[in-house]
Design a protein around this ligand. Structure first.
Ligand SMILES: [Zn+2]
Length: 117
């Protein structure tokens, strides 16, 4: 992969990372302790809080993967599967720039059959 393309990917990854960080930091759904909301209101808030937590979990996983991808660009290992070291399909990288595995290894990983280090 060309240096120019890698620089562009890195740029996008950093942008994506900042976007997630902003999203995570900008949502404070905590209830004001001086306030006594009615139960329905409270239930709705707790619900959205749980949804937010689930989102945060997803986002923080993405953050880890993005950081990892940036590191691999710096180490000149970007675009190679972390497991079998085959080239990851460029189409796949276009869709998921932080994909750490080729499609085969990704499948193994999702089934829990991959030894992750
Ligand atoms: Zn692989």
């Amino acid at each position: 992969m060309s240096k120019l393309k890698l620089a562009k990917i890195k740029d996008n990854l950093i942008k994506e990372r900042n976007l997630i960080l902003k999203k995570l930091g900008g949502n404070d759904l905590s209830v004001d302790p001086n306030e006594t909301p009615d139960p329905v209101d409270l239930a709705v808030r707790n619900y959205s809080k749980n949804v937010m937590l689930a989102v945060s979990e997803h986002e923080s996983k993405n953050l880890t993967m993005i950081a990892d991808a940036i590191e691999r660009i710096e180490d000149d290992e970007y675009g190679l599967c972390k497991n079998c070291e085959d080239e990851i399909n460029p189409k796949r990288l276009n869709a998921v720039p932080w994909a750490p595995y080729c499609i085969n290894c990704q499948e193994l990983q999702e089934k829990g059959l991959l030894d992750e280090n």
